[in-house]
Design a binder for this molecule. Structure first.
Ligand code: AMP
Length: 308
């Protein structure tokens, strides 16, 4: 069984979409990644920090999926990372209304001894220095290091972000973030620039318009499954990253061809995540539902064209 080390926020999220709003609910990059990766045959652990204000029931959600939480630090008297966002009517764009780092502001991550030899490290959205510290604690170079980030860190910690991405294999970001990072409008040009910055593989997520995988001169495209209803896109990117890295850790095949499959697995799981608020859909998701939708994915993209 492959070992997957996950780093990222475990958070309080407060979300407003055209369909309603929530109070503070369970969210965070590592949470969505962990729930998605639990669909695969992997041993996983989360490195993160929360405050004492996070209800035990939220941690139990992760424990129930057999995710190792020994390195999830609970700071006495501390407050958990809090993010509040509001989606526009098209659900493709959102405004971040509040980001409170709280305990995350001076977090020193500690990688659990058992995971210092993890096969795959999934560095979820978090301060880039924290992401780098985790890489530096590994006993041997993991077979694959995947990193996800967002505009917040490009705005607030660009030098640190530029440093950490020199050490990774796969970067996953969305189209606007790829443009912000490279100052290139064309995603093909942006992909070239990013590959020169370090990662040999790049995934550009385009929300309801699917995802692109770049490697050397090659490009692979996976659509997003057209859904009747999208309820709350929060965590779709992290769910994608969890499916992508979880599938690769489980299959232990890191070829470009298998990475294409990983992109499909990530997109497939993301299509569930958006169907309910927060983590609700991912908590209840069953293997047979996942498999059924993979068949739909295959049918959606398969065609028989005669080529000369
Ligand atoms: P996504 O919709 O995939 O971009 O991820 C949304 C999740 O990212 C939410 O659950 C938030 O708690 C978390 N999040 C939002 N802003 C940040 C940030 N600056 N750093 C780390 N995690 C964040």
């Amino acid at each position: 069984m492959g070992k997957l080390l996950i780093v990222g926020t475990v958070a309080f999220d407060e979300i407003e979409t055209p369909f309603g709003k929530t109070d503070k609910i369970l969210g965070g990059a590592a949470t969505f990644i962990g729930l998605a990766a639990s669909q695969y045959n992997v041993e996983s652990a989360i490195v993160s920090v929360v405050g004492e204000d996070l209800p035990q029931a939220y941690l139990d959600v992760l424990k129930a999926k057999n995710i190792d939480l020994t390195s999830l630090e609970i700071v006495k008297g501390g407050k958990t990372f809090y993010w509040k966002g509001k989606y526009h009517n098209d659900l493709n764009s959102r405004d971040t209304l509040v980001t409170e780092l709280n305990t995350l502001a001076d977090f020193n991550p500690v990688v659990p001894e058992d995971f210092k030899d993890a096969d795959v490290v999934m560095l979820g959205n978090l301060h880039p220095s924290t992401q780098l510290s985790v890489i530096n604690q590994m006993k041997k170079r993991p077979r694959l290091i995947v990193l996800d980030t967002m505009n917040f860190w490009m705005d607030n910690a660009l030098p640190e972000l530029t440093e950490v991405i020199k050490h990774i294999d796969v970067l996953t970001i969305n189209d606007e973030e790829a443009r912000q990072l490279t100052k290139e409008y064309s995603l093909v040009k942006a992909a070239k620039v990013i590959q020169e910055m370090g990662p040999k593989y790049l995934v550009i997520k385009k929300g309801e318009h699917g995802a692109l995988l770049f490697h050397e001169g090659k490009i692979f495209f996976a659509p997003a499954l057209p859904l009747e209803e999208v309820f709350d896109p929060t965590g779709a990117g992290d769910t994608f990253a969890g499916g992508f890295s979880g599938y690769l850790a489980a299959t232990e095949d890191l070829s470009f061809n298998n990475m294409k499959n990983a992109v499909i697995h990530g997109s497939n799981l993301a299509s569930f995540s958006v169907e309910k608020f927060g983590t609700d859909r991912m908590q209840e998701l069953k293997k047979d539902e996942v498999n059924k939708r993979l068949h739909q994915f295959k049918a959606l993209t398969q065609f028989d064209i005669e080529l000369q």
